[in-house]
Design a protein around this ligand. Structure first.
Ligand code: SAM
Length: 278
């Protein structure tokens, strides 16, 4: 019998959110692979979980995978946890889970908190279709570039953001996407100073800039997607620009220039240019 790899979510703040199944699983396994053993040690102590912890984080996960797989092959159960929330969601664990799946081992999720889903559930921004973008680039130029790439995305967008960058991130969002797009800020979710507020980007920026408390703690941003109508308008404009450029230039060059002019993706414009040419 081979062992089972349990992927166990931990609380994102409020310890009462943790499920009895998660606690029982961590008590029963042979070893817990934790992102930070000191941090998780406190949680284990609180819940009287005596299982041995070993460190598996971004810097050593690749090197640890082989020995953890060997443990599983020899029949030992392992639990994977991260500092908070669901492992693999902007957290380590992907390489271990992928390797276990590829080796045909059983991987069992023990679900629980995830900041992205927790924020989405209370944001009042459409939740039927959404994209998780994790952390945006830390530097403004790269962040704005990524936001431009995402400008036409009609699904709701979910971002994690560091508190010391939230103001400049909202500033870049407002600059690239306009003041009117709605955004929800979910801060310190499930904790004492939990704040969830939804406003147009321009007003959110003004509020966060004027209140230093909103630039503290842990933050999720839930951004309304582009309206489908705006997306259509963008493409009508792109077709017009492409048609003009294609009259003078080869497809590749026309698509590159059109991307610079419209902010739409070069690959998508290249495909569109080929259709227009046909
Ligand atoms: N794996 C975690 C999850 O399932 O949500 C996310 C880990 S990621 C390294 C940490 C980021 O998640 C924080 O910087 C913040 O953006 C978000 N986050 C975690 N806990 C949060 C909370 N209680 N309130 C708001 N955001 C939180």
């Amino acid at each position: 019998m081979t062992g089972v790899l349990y992927v166990v979510a931990t609380p994102i703040g409020n310890l009462e959110d943790w499920s009895p199944r998660a606690v029982a699983t961590l008590k029963a396994v042979s070893v817990i692979a934790a992102e930070d053993t000191r941090h998780s040690g406190r949680l284990m102590q609180h819940f009287a979980i005596g299982t041995r912890l070993i460190a598996v984080h971004d810097h050593n996960e690749g090197a640890k995978v082989e020995s953890l797989l060997a443990d599983l092959q020899e029949g030992r159960d392992i639990a994977l946890i991260s500092d908070a929330g669901t492992p693999l969601i902007s957290d380590p664990g992907y390489r271990l889970v992928a390797a276990a799946q590829q080796a045909g081992l059983r991987v069992v999720p023990i679900p629980g908190a995830c900041a992205a889903i927790t924020a989405l559930s209370a944001a009042g921004i459409p939740s039927d279709r959404f994209v998780f973008e994790g952390f945006l680039p830390a530097r403004s130029a790269a962040r704005s570039e990524r936001l431009r790439e995402l400008a036409g995305e009609t699904r709701t967008l979910i971002f994690y953001e560091a508190p010391h960058r939230v103001q400049e991130c909202l500033q870049d969002m407002a600059t690239v996407l306009g003041n009117e797009r709605r955004v929800a800020l979910g801060r310190e979710l499930t904790k004492t100073f939990e704040t969830i507020r939804q406003l147009p980007l321009g007003e959110m920026l003004a509020w966060v800039s004027s209140d230093a408390d909103q630039q503290r703690g842990e933050i999720v941003l839930i951004l309304e997607g582009a309206s489908a109508e705006a997306g259509e308008q963008d493409w009508r404009e792109a077709d017009r620009v492409l048609a003009l450029l294609l009259a003078e230039l080869p497809v590749k060059q026309a698509a590159g220039l059109a991307a610079g002019i419209t902010g739409l993706k070069k690959n998508a414009l290249y495909e569109r240019a080929l259709q227009l040419k046909a």
